[in-house]
Design a protein around this ligand. Structure first.
Ligand SMILES: [Zn+2]
Length: 91
């Protein structure tokens, strides 16, 4: 019997696997990791980023900068890991 969680349910529980935003603000320690996907959803719907940040309760500029300046580079890092693993197999 399989007790695997369906992918949709898994994504709901742990968020988008392609995002690696820090869990907490580097400056004040406020939890921001759960807000990035909500922020991106709102912005993709056409909501002004300022209003989206206000609605998420991110009022401090240190927390706002964490969201606004985040760049998703995990896909690029994964390519380096794949090359490293391929090189290790060739040796
Ligand atoms: Zn902060």
């Amino acid at each position: 019997m399989e007790d695997q969680v369906p992918e949709e349910e898994n994504r709901r529980l742990i968020g988008d696997l392609n995002m690696m935003i820090p869990v907490r603000c580097f400056t004040c320690g406020n939890v921001i990791g759960d807000k990035y996907s909500k922020f991106m959803e709102a912005v993709n719907k056409g909501i002004d980023p300022k209003e989206a940040l206000d609605e998420l309760g991110l009022n401090r500029y240190c927390c706002r900068r964490m969201i606004l300046s985040h760049v998703n580079i995990i896909d690029q890092f994964i390519l380096y890991e794949m090359v490293r693993l391929k090189d290790a197999q060739d040796i």
